[in-house]
Ligand binder design. Structure first.
Ligand SMILES: NC(=O)c1ccc[n+]([C@@H]2O[C@H](COP(=O)([O-])OP(=O)(O)OC[C@H]3O[C@@H](n4cnc5c(N)ncnc54)[C@H](OP(=O)(O)O)[C@@H]3O)[C@@H](O)[C@H]2O)c1
Length: 262
């Protein structure tokens, strides 16, 4: 269950080496996060993130190797994560998973992806199919518990898809729509979904790229996410001004969007 400050005590992260996820976890560590299960592909990198979190006072940090495209294993990973967090819960507490943070994703290489359907399918599976299947597994656990929040890192790239990155953008549009539907499916169960729509964030994913307007940092996204958790917001734009920007962008006719959305 959430602690006295309204923040989660336990969390599972899909894409535990993500720089945005790490910023969110550091911010939650300062708000008394107790137990974390980090999942991801790279066990040594996960180990480094785990060490960092322990140094910030998170008492119990475990890692699980999980490639999000390996949907056949999402059920067993969710069960293992639940068991690990159950084992770590203090005596007398109800345990369980307070937060599932879905951060796994890849930008891809748009020209290369347009030329290679297998590369394009990899982006779509990594950003949409794999996370969606994994979210269903964890949603089942949160539903059974009757509490818990799923925080999904979507993107403004999926709100109005641009010609320049439509493979990535469409994968995020799919993820965002799936998360919206899952949020409706969980209504009234005590479990819920929060969709996070960042703009350009300076992380290794965008390294070497020219910053887009309203570019932000992983720490600023983390602050927006914590504010969203405090307010039980269903959707968080980061930075918040993007909500208004994309309310207009959604209405721009496609021929004009091709010019201004570059
Ligand atoms: N940076 C931005 O401008 C921005 C903007 C909007 C939304 N987002 C979204 O925010 C999320 C986090 O991005 P970030 O900026 O923190 O970038 P990042 O540091 O590159 O994080 C991406 C994460 O996805 C993981 N990942 C990639 N493929 C995976 C797979 N097949 N299985 C499991 N994990 C996989 C990576 O793991 P490895 O360490 O194994 O590579 C890494 O943990 C992503 O979903 C991204 O689309 C980012």
């Amino acid at each position: 269950m959430n602690n006295a400050t309204g923040m989660p005590q336990s969390a599972v992260v899909i894409g535990g080496t993500s720089e945005i996820a790490q910023a969110i976890l550091r911010a939650l560590a300062a708000r008394r996060l107790q137990s974390v299960v980090l999942t991801g592909r790279d066990s040594s990198h996960l180990g480094e993130v785990a060490t960092d979190l322990r140094s910030l006072g998170v008492a119990h940090v475990e890692t699980l190797v999980f490639d999000v495209t390996d949907v056949a294993h999402c059920r067993s990973v969710a069960a293992k994560a639940l068991a690990l967090l159950g084992d770590s819960s203090p005596a007398g507490s109800s345990g369980g998973i307070d937060l599932v943070l879905v951060a796994a994703g890849m930008l891809g290489d748009q020209p290369g992806d347009e030329a290679d359907p297998i590369a394009a399918a990899d982006v779509l599976t990594t950003n949409f199919t794999g996370p969606a299947a994994t979210m269903l597994e964890f949603a089942g656990i949160l539903h059974s518990q009757g509490h818990g929040r799923m925080v999904v890192l979507s993107s403004v790239a999926g709100v109005r898809v641009r010609r320049e990155n439509f493979v990535y953008g469409s994968s995020k549009a799919g993820l965002d729509a799936f998360a919206t539907g899952l949020s409706s499916a969980l209504a009234g169960t005590g479990a819920s979904v929060m969709i996070v729509r960042p703009g350009f964030v300076a992380t290794r994913m965008t390294a070497g790229m020219a910053p887009a307007p309203f570019a932000t940092t992983a720490d600023a996204v983390a602050a927006d996410v914590l504010r969203g958790l405090e307010r039980s917001s269903p959707i968080v734009w980061s930075p918040p001004v993007l909500r208004k920007v994309f309310a207009v962008a959604r209405l721009v006719p496609e021929p004009l969007w091709r010019k201004v959305g570059r």
